[in-house]
Write a new protein. Sequence first.
Length: 138
Amino acid sequence: MLTITLPYRRLVDSLGADPARVRVVEWGLTEPLAADVAAEVDVVVVPYYMADSGILARLRALPRLRLVQLPSAGYEHALPHVPPGVIVCNARGVHDAARRSSRSAWCSPRSVASTWRCATSSTAGGRGRRSSRSPTDG
């Protein structure tokens, strides 16, 4: 069975994992896990803004740990606290994707062409080429 820790109750409740295959535990890393749970943790999702050395040091007490998901684009600060062989995933690109999504919300979704023009316009904070043509134009 795979054991995953998630930092917030709403994430645990919304995951909808198959309890026969995945055990999901709420853990914000603010205090140590019970020894029996710590012995079974495979994956830790680190809470946002909780990636300091004192918090991350708790990862060393997880003998089965295989993967750590960080909420930040950087990862170097976590490496000294992660046991050898554990995969460290960062959130590189997540903030860019969120910015693009919020930019799209400001644009009128009437057509692909108008959304393209809005997303690439300087007033919408768009980057890249400035063009009145959409990718669907011939």
